[in-house]
Design a protein around this ligand. Structure first.
Ligand code: ATP
Ligand code: MG
Length: 289
C-alpha cells in the first residue's frame, strides 16, 4: 500500500448541507470512499486519496496548516475565516447567499438604513467588510447559531445570515434587504502543496471539470426532415459539429449533438419549430473536451 505522503488528503464536511454533495462529487469522479458512521477518516479504494470528515468551520484551518492538502467548503466559510489557502475551483453545489435581513414591518430603503443598528451574525468579518465599504456604522453582535430569532427576542435590529429559499426569514417575520455574498462550495488547497500532490490534484481537477461539464450539458438526438436539415444543424453547435446519419425512411436524418443546460429550452423550441421530431434528451455522465 501507499505511504501517506503519496496520498492526497482532502477535508470534507462530516455531516450537514455539503456532505452528501461532496461525497457524490467524489463518486462521480470515479473515487470510491466508504462513509462509515462516526468515522473521522476514510481512504479511497481506487485513488490515492485520504478523506477527513470535519466540521465545515474547521476546514480552512486544516488546509492552511496542510494537515489536509485540499478541502471542499463553502465560499462563505473561506472568506469569513481569512485563512491562507487558495481557492481553486467552484464546485456547483451548496449555493446560497449571505444576506442582511430586517423586520418585515421595518421601513428599509437603502444601506444607510443600517446606520446605528445592531446586527446579529455568525459572519462578523464579512459583515464588517460590507459595512465599511458602504460607510455604515453599525454594531456587530456575533452569535454562533439561531441568528434568525435575534430580532424577535430583542437582541438585534437586523441579522446577517445564509439564505437559500428565504423561508426561514419569512417564518421569523424578517425580510431580506441586502445580499453581501453569493456563495457555493469550492475546492481550496494548501499554499504549500508538494509537487507530487499537485500532480494528484491535477488528476482530480481534470475529473471534477469533466463531471461539471457533463452536468451542464445534455446529449440530444432527433429526427430531421432533410429539407430543413441545414437550419436544424445551425441551431446545434455540438462539440465539433453535430453527427448526421440517414434514417431508413427516405428524406429524413437522425441528428445527434450536445447542448448546454442554459440554452436548452430555447434551442429545443427552435428545433421543434424547424420541424425536428422524436427529440430525445439524454444526460451525459462525463464530458472530456
Ligand atoms: P458543521 O456542523 O459542519 O459546522 P453547519 O451547521 O455549520 O455544519 P450547514 O448548515 O451544514 O453548516 O451548512 C454548511 C454550508 O452549506 C454553509 O456554510 C453554506 O456554504 C452551505 N449552504 C447552502 N445553503 C445553505 C442554507 N440555506 N443555509 C445554510 N447554509 C447553506
Ligand atoms: Mg459550521
Amino acid at each position: 500500500s501507499l505511504e501517506t505522503g503519496d496520498r492526497l488528503k482532502i477535508a470534507i464536511q462530516k455531516s450537514g448541507r455539503l456532505h452528501d454533495d461532496s461525497m457524490r462529487l467524489l463518486k462521480e469522479c470515479g473515487i470510491d470512499v466508504s462513509n462509515g458512521v462516526n468515522k473521522l477518516k476514510s481512504e479511497a479504494s481506487n485513488f490515492p486519496l485520504e478523506v477527513y470528515f470535519l466540521r465545515d468551520d474547521d476546514i480552512p484551518q486544516y488546509v492552511e496548516d496542510a494537515v489536509a492538502d485540499i478541502g471542499f467548503v463553502g465560499e462563505n466559510v473561506v472568506y469569513e475565516k481569512e485563512k491562507a489557502v487558495d481557492v481553486v475551483e467552484k464546485l456547483g453545489f451548496g449555493k446560497c447567499r449571505l444576506s442582511i435581513a430586517v423586520r418585515r414591518e421595518e421601513a428599509y430603503d437603502k444601506v444607510a438604513s443600517l446606520n446605528g443598528k445592531r446586527i446579529a451574525t455568525s459572519y462578523p468579518v464579512l459583515v464588517k467588510k460590507f459595512l465599511d465599504s458602504n460607510n455604515i456604522t453599525a454594531e456587530i453582535h456575533e452569535i454562533s447559531g439561531s441568528v434568525e430569532i435575534a430580532p424577535g427576542i430583542g437582541l438585534a435590529d437586523a441579522i446577517c445570515d445564509l439564505v437559500s429559499s428565504g423561508s426561514t426569514l419569512f417564518m421569523n417575520g424578517l425580510k431580506e434587504s441586502e445580499t453581501i455574498l453569493q456563495s457555493q462550495a469550492v475546492l481550496i488547497k494548501s499554499k504549500t502543496l508538494a509537487p507530487a500532490k499537485q500532480l494528484l490534484l491535477n488528476k482530480l481537477l481534470f475529473r471534477i471539470q469533466s463531471v461539471k461539464k457533463a452536468r451542464n450539458n445534455k446529449y440530444v438526438l432527433l429526427n430531421a426532415p432533410n429539407d430543413n436539415l441545414q437550419q436544424i444543424i445551425s441551431l446545434l453547435p455540438g462539440m465539433k459539429s453535430p453527427t448526421v446519419l440517414p434514417l431508413a425512411e427516405e428524406g429524413w436524418s437522425s441528428v445527434h449533438s450536445v447542448i448546454s443546460e442554459n440554452e436548452f429550452w430555447d434551442i429545443i423550441e427552435k428545433l421543434r419549430d424547424a420541424g425536428a421530431q422524436g427529440i430525445l434528451v439524454v444526460p451525459i455522465e462525463k464530458m472530456i473536451i
